[in-house]
Each structure stands twice: as C-alpha cells, then as structure tokens.
Design a protein around this ligand. Structure first.
Ligand code: TEU
Ligand code: CA
Length: 528
C-alpha cells in the first residue's frame, strides 16, 4: 500500500461565507481565509476543507454550482484562490475543495441548454421524464428538501429530477459525456494545486434505470423525520454503479501526488467498510458520523469504534466528525463538558479528524428569527425541518460589535455568547475550549503514538468509561473518557502513568494509585 501523509493530518472545515470577511460586505471570502492561516497553523491543524466556493446563484449557498471553473465573485477570484493555496502550502496546510457532482444549479449553462428543447446536445446531461399518462409525476421519488423530486418544466412539457432543491437539477451520470466533463473539472483544480476533494452527496450519483417507485419506510415517524425519510431509498442511493464511479473518480485524484478524497455518505458500518474495500487506497476515506448518530453512551460508541477500526484495518484511515455545516453544533447537542470529551476522543483516535470551524471555541446553535432565515431547507419546510442557519453563524474572533468577522452587519446574526466565547478572550483563558483544542493538538502532533500508533481497545470494567491505547514502537498513550455525569473510577493497566492532559485542563502529573477517579464528563490523556 502506497503511504501518504493524510493519516497524520487534521482537517478543519471552513464555511467560507462565515469565516472572515476581508472586504466589508458582511460575507466571508477567500482573502478572509488567507488572513487567518496563521491562526489555523497555531491551532495545530494541517489541512483545510473549504465548503463550496464555485460560482453560484447561492440558493443553496454554493451547493448549486453554475460554473465549476470559476470561484464566485462574492468569495473573490482565481488569483485570490491561487494565493490562498500558495500561502497555505507554505505553512504545510493542504487544501481540499468541495466537489458537487450530483447536481448543478438551474443557472448552469448546461441546464439552460438542456431545458431549452428536447433535442439539443445537453438534453441528456440531466434526467428528464415524461409525465405519467394521467399527467402526474413519473414516480414517487422525494426531494431531500421537501416534496417530490420531480419538477415539471413548461417549455418542453417534461419533468426533471432534483434530489435537493428545485434549483438543483440532478446530472445524468449514465451519460459518458457528463463523466468526461466532471473528470476534466477535477483535473483543472488538481493541476492548480488543490490537494483533493470532499465529494458532496457521493452516494446519489446513479438512479435506477427503470425509475421504479421506492417502498415505504416502515420506521418512518411522521412528526420526527423529514418527509424524505418516509421512503427507503433503494433505487436512488448507493447503487453499484455509483460505487464503481466513485472508484473511477478517485483514480483521477491518484494521478497526482499525495492527494485525498473524502466522500459524504450516510450509511451503516458494513457499507462504509465496503466502500474502503472497493476504492482500496490510502488517499480515500468516507466520512464517519458515528459520534453524531449513536447515543452518547460509552458502550455504544466503543462498540462502533472497536469494530470500525478493526474492520477497515491499519492500511486505511478512519475519519471522525463532530459537526458540519449541516448538523446541530455538538455543544448544543451534548453539553459543554461532553463536547470537550468528544473532542478529546476525536483528536486522539486513530484516523483523520474533521473539525468544523468554531467547534474549537465551543460555538453553539443560534436560533434564527423567522425574517432572517436563509437556508432553503428551513424555507421549504416552513421551519419544521432543522434549518442549518443556526450552525452557520459568523466565526467569533473577538468581542467587538461584529465579532471581528466583518466591519458591517454579517449575513447571519452572531451567536448569542460571542462576547465571551471568541478567539481573543479564549486565548487568554487558560481553561477555555480553544486552549483545550490547542493542547490536545499539540500532543497529537508531537507524540508518534497519537499520529501513527495502532488503536488498541481497553476493556475497562466500568461501563460508563471508554478507554483505549495508541501504541507505536517506543511509545504508548492511554485515553479514558467518562461518558456519565457522575464521578467514575477506573482501573489502569500496569505501568507508571502520568496525566498529560485532562479536558478540564486542571491537572497533570503522576498517578500514584492503580485506580483513577474521573470527574463527571472528564476525559484524559495519559502517558508513561
Ligand atoms: O448535504 C447532503 C445532505 O444529505 C443534507 O441535506 C443533510 O442531510 C441535511 O443538511 C441534514 O440537515 C450536502 C451538503 O453538505 C449540503 O450543504 C447541501 O445542501 C446538499 O448536499 C446539497 O448539495
Ligand atoms: Ca466579503
């Protein structure tokens, strides 16, 4: 297996609209990111993933691309982008771009042409179907953003498929010209020096050629799940053709040195492992959302992590995610001390952690007043589905009027606690979230066992405590996390252990006994 550098990297996700506004229009931009590279370096990360910056009408904030060869003028231009790459690389920070291959914007020139007539060379680049004989939609497929996945287009009297917003028509991956063009776009950015891609909704590419109705989901709860979950997506998700296509797209990445591709998929463990097997390269990994999807219980998390690490094996890298631009913030979900423990686990487990901007500050969800809602999911579903604006609020740099994010009012309101929870104040507070992240990352980046070591599960007799060892040739690091909100005692393995770090940042030093008492929700890193 060809070794690459990604197994020892820590990726930081930037939502460019919300990170740093360099030109005073209230919206974050590329030069804003470049200005903050030293902050990121100092934090201890060494790779970035930028959410979509392609040209876009911004109905879905960049996930509706109208030109894959341009950055949107809101964010800057290609010169700014090249400069960001250069400055990042100077600091040994890799840059992953988002990649949105399932759909384009309806404003894309391809779709404009496609919808203009039934006979044109772009018609078959999208998925068009005649109405049923009674005039209704071609089948029961649903859009992720609410309602049918089909939209009737007056001009040619046919429906087009949109798995997401109506403004995001799905590309037809069964058309070889589409595949050729997408590969060309990938090479365009790879040649520019981009270090790889995060592939948006990677499991959606191919749809059933017979357009069969999807069956009802027996587990669907009408008040709990969005309408999309009322069906089992056996004809639109994870088709064998899709998996094979991901392998082919990944091969484009591997034409270049030390690149990486991470795919956005939501699925169960066996299928995740299967995808690792199919693509079979260290330069590939799918996202793993287990910290978000499983209950915050030591036993549930341990079962998954132990199996995951073992099943994919030492040649591949697991990934761990605590949040993204699509999910409630981890602190709001679990509570502050629990989120600190989750971060310690994420950053010490074997594999690649993905930190969502602001997680290092302990940023929370921000309730958005109705008139300020921007997310199409919230708008389409009238606020019944979780809108994503609450997790996309501006990065909190300091306690000034606009949190140091911009000189003018930002595109989304600031999170309520920004005056006390920001980079400037947290830098001065020895026990802050920010200093916790920095301290863990410093340990991670200096201890070989944490970057390269094997993962060895620890059979702690206490069901509320998750433990594991990371072991490299000459070094062992031992991690323990208390998932309960009570004190917990745990027996240590043989050895002379020292506390290197606690999530409370209030104790270090030798442990004299063979039993360690953990504070409520505390996690610790021990070394010999
Ligand atoms: O998200 C895919 C996706 O499945 C989301 O719709 C997710 O389920 C939802 O946000 C949960 O609240 C990707 C992007 O990450 C997202 O931002 C885009 O809106 C979407 O694809 C369409 O491109
Ligand atoms: Ca700006």
């Amino acid at each position: 297996m060809k070794k690459n550098s990604w197994g020892s990297r820590v990726v930081y996700q930037i939502y460019p609209r919300s990170f740093n506004d360099s030109n005073g229009d209230g919206i974050g931009d590329i030069n804003g990111v470049t200005e903050k590279l030293d902050y990121l370096k100092d934090l201890g990360i060494n790779a970035l993933w930028l959410s979509s910056i392609y040209r876009s009408p911004m109905h879905d904030f960049g996930y509706d691309v109208s030109d894959y060869y341009q950055v949107d003028p809101l964010f800057g231009n290609l010169v700014d982008f090249d400069n960001l790459l250069k400055q990042a690389h100077k600091r040994n920070i890799k840059v992953l771009m988002d990649f949105v291959p399932n759909h384009t914007s309806e404003d894309h020139a391809w779709f404009q042409k496609s919808r203009s007539s039934k006979r044109n060379d772009k018609r078959d680049w999208y998925i068009w179907k005649k109405p049923k004989s009674n005039g209704s939609v071609p089948n029961n497929w649903l859009s992720h953003f609410g309602g049918s996945a089909w939209k009737f287009d007056e001009k040619t009297g046919e429906y087009y498929l949109h798995s997401f917003d109506v403004s995001q028509p799905d590309l037809n991956w069964r058309n070889p010209d589409v595949v050729k063009e997408i590969k060309k776009i990938m090479r365009f950015w790879l040649k520019r020096g981009v270090d790889g891609f995060r592939v948006d909704v990677a499991y959606y590419l191919f749809k059933d050629p017979f357009f069969r109705d999807e069956p009802d989901n027996p587990d669907y709860k009408i008040n709990k799940n969005s309408q999309y979950h009322s069906l089992l997506h056996i004809y639109t998700l994870a088709l064998p053709e899709t998996l094979q296509m991901l392998k082919k797209l990944h091969a484009v990445i591997d034409e270049y040195e030390d690149r990486f591709m991470v795919c956005e998929i939501y699925t169960f463990l066996k299928e995740i492992v299967n995808l690792y097997r199919i693509i079979d390269r260290q330069s590939f990994a799918p996202f793993n959302f287990s910290f978000l999807s499983l209950p915050w219980k030591a036993q549930d998390q341990k079962l998954f992590i132990d199996e995951f690490d073992e099943m994919i094996g030492d040649d591949y890298f697991p990934t761990y995610v605590l949040g993204s631009h699509d999910f409630p913030r981890i602190v709001s979900k679990l509570g502050e001390n629990q989120a600190r423990a989750a971060a310690l686990l994420q950053l010490t487990l074997r594999g690649i952690p993905f930190i969502y901007y602001g997680e290092e500050l302990g940023m929370k969800n921000r309730d958005i007043p109705k008139e300020k809602i921007k997310d199409p999911i919230a708008l389409n579903t009238n606020g019944t589905a979780f809108g994503r604006d609450p997790v996309r609020t501006p990065m909190q740099w300091d306690n000034s009027k606009h949190a140091g994010f911009s000189d003018v009012e930002p595109w989304l309101p600031l999170e309520n606690e920004f005056r006390s929870r920001n980079v400037a104040t947290e830098t001065k507070d020895k026990t802050s979230f920010l200093n916790l992240y920095k301290s863990i990352l410093k340990l991670r980046n200096t201890r070989k066992s944490l970057t390269e070591g094997k993962y060895i599960p620890y059979a702690s007799k206490n069901p509320d405590v998750l433990g594991f060892t990371r072991r490299s040739h000459a070094e062992e690091t031992f991690i323990l996390a208390n998932f309960s909100t009570e004190l917990q005692e745990v027996a240590l393995p043989k050895g002379h252990w020292k506390i290197l770090l606690s999530t409370r940042l209030d104790r270090v030093g030798e442990i004299k006994k063979s039993i360690l008492t953990l504070q409520p929700s505390e996690a610790v890193i021990l070394g010999e």
